[in-house]
Design a protein around this ligand. Structure first.
Ligand code: TYD
Ligand code: MG
Length: 480
């Protein structure tokens, strides 16, 4: 019998070593190495081929049985490629989900949905199963759960109003090859595997959730998606525990990576595209979780703007762009005298280092004495901002709190701040202005060097006032 080879694998990043290490050289995590048996061969397990062969008779576009199929970049004659992937996209019946997928679900794609446990991944995919059935009369969905019993899923589907008699099939199974046998029989168009960390393939002896097992499961599901033309969804829990590998370890293998996020104590959920081979990788979908599952939020700016009736000091509204989607968010600053030798700089929603940088720019170029002040910063609604176009609004909020001077209620600020105090242009200002206008904002503060076509387009509108700023020290003049 062949000798079984083993190695040690970091459960956090997948770094391999022939001996046990206390600290991983790859990701610097402590005590994350676990002994794993090496995969005997890279041969494709027979079950994947079985499924592929079962599909060969019923579907087009499968790979050749031996060798690699190759084609010319340009088809020989017009129409040789009958349908582009764009045309084959399936609408999921959930617009916010279609948006993050780049316009719908590609039939032979492999999608990873990551997120913290309990955030709503299973709920979203169950609702998607219902949506797909509603939108397409001949589609079959197979939901394989390694976490919940069939009764639990049925109960939830009933509560969510998901209907799919004869179209949505459920199985509670953790053995991957057994699930493949069912897929072969059912021939579904969409398969949902929930979740990555619970499945195990018989071709690998490692425990479920280990890096080797997680990679093997992902590789087999990828082969399934591509060879049988099934849209495969894989749920992956983000976990901080060292003994369970997270979705990060397989991100490179899949076509699309979506992350579902939300703040504890808040009911809204953000679905972000992190990677997408079929569309933009920076899209955002917004949902709200209530007693009847996830509801799409079609006007997300309203979530992030607080209900202010009169102007108060320390707040300014910015427009952030998430993919192609503009969102208005309210930024809040509180500047108070500090009794500490090292004044506090606390920030929620914007990187603390960015807030310190903005404070330093205000000190230098507007002569604000912030060195003896505590500075607390918050993005309302719990949104996390990474768009530099929000710099100007953040600086304006800090200035407003320090001066105890309220900024007008219906002003929206956009601009990136340079270390020398200049206000730089932002990407796609037109989308941001349109969103502000839609929500009733009356004055837009723009960087001076915004393209003139944009300035001309919006300056002639009666309900909208455009003010330009080239340096941060002009801020107080704007208010006169
Ligand atoms: P779930 O989809 O099971 O999360 P995940 O698959 O990411 O682990 O969602 C579980 C949470 O969602 C649970 O805390 C209850 C809540 N929830 C609702 O608030 N309303 C609902 O209608 C449903 C189905 C779940
Ligand atoms: Mg779940």
């Amino acid at each position: 019998m062949a000798k079984v080879k083993t190695h040690y694998s970091c459960q956090s990043c997948g770094y391999n070593s022939h001996k046990w290490l206390g600290r991983c050289p790859g990701c610097e995590t402590w005590s994350s190495f676990v002994e794993e048996t090496e995969t005997p061969s890279n041969e494709e397990g027979s079950t994947v081929s079985d499924v592929r062969n079962a599909f060969r008779t019923t579907r087009e576009g499968v790979l050749a049985a031996s060798g690699v199929q190759w084609v010319d970049l340009q088809p020989d004659k017009k129409g040789a490629i009958s349908e582009s992937q764009e045309q084959k996209r399936l609408q999921t019946g959930i617009q916010e989900l279609d948006r993050v997928l780049g316009g719908g679900l590609i039939p032979d794609s492999f999608t990873l949905l990551g997120g913290d446990p309990g955030i709503g991944k299973s709920t979203l995919l169950l609702q998607m199963a219902g949506g797909l059935c509603r939108a397409h009369p001949d589609i079959k969905v197979f939901y394989v759960s390694g976490e919940e019993s069939i009764d639990q899923i049925r109960g939830r589907a009933q509560r969510l109003g998901v209907e799919g008699k004869g179209r949505v099939f459920l199985a509670a199974e953790t053995h991957l090859e057994k699930a493949f046998t069912s897929i072969k029989e059912l021939k579904p168009d969409v398969v949902i595997m929930d979740s990555l960390q619970t499945f195990s393939s018989g071709f690998v002896p490692s425990a479920p959730g280990s890096v080797t097992q997680v990679r093997e499961v992902a590789a087999r599901l990828m082969a399934l998606a591509k060879s049988a033309g099934i849209a495969v969804w894989l749920v992956g829990h983000v976990t901080k525990e060292g003994n369970i590998a997270g979705p990060k370890t397989i991100e490179h293998m899949v076509d699309t990576v979506l992350y579902f996020e939300g703040e504890s104590g808040q009911s809204y959920r953000l679905l972000r595209t992190v990677k997408n081979r079929f569309g933009s990788s920076r899209e955002l979908g917004v949902f709200e979780m209530d007693g009847e599952g996830l509801r799409e939020v079609t006007n997300p700016s309203s979530l992030f703007l607080s209900d202010r009736k009169s102007p108060v000091s320390g707040t300014a509204v910015a427009a952030t762009l998430e993919g192609s989607r503009p969102l208005l968010v309210e930024l809040q600053a509180l500047v108070t005298p500090s009794g500490l030798a090292m004044p506090r700089r606390t920030s929620v929603g914007l990187e603390a280092s960015r807030v310190s940088l903005l404070a330093a720019i205000l000190e230098k170029h507007m002569k604000l004495n912030l060195a003896a002040q505590d500075l607390f910063f918050n993005v309302s609604g719990g949104m996390r901002l990474a768009d530099p176009a929000c710099d100007l609004a953040a600086a304006a909020a800090i200035w407003s709190s320090f001066k105890e001077q309220a900024l007008p209620l219906h002003w929206m600020w956009m601009g990136e701040l340079g270390l020398t105090g200049e206000v730089r242009r932002v990407s796609q200002p037109d989308l941001r202005i349109e969103e502000a206008r839609r929500l009733g904002f009356k004055t837009i503060i723009l960087p001076q060097n915004t393209p003139s076509v944009i300035l001309e387009r919006f300056s002639n509108l009666a309900q909208l006032k455009i003010k330009c700023i080239s340096r941060i020290d002009e801020l107080s003049e704007l208010l006169i």
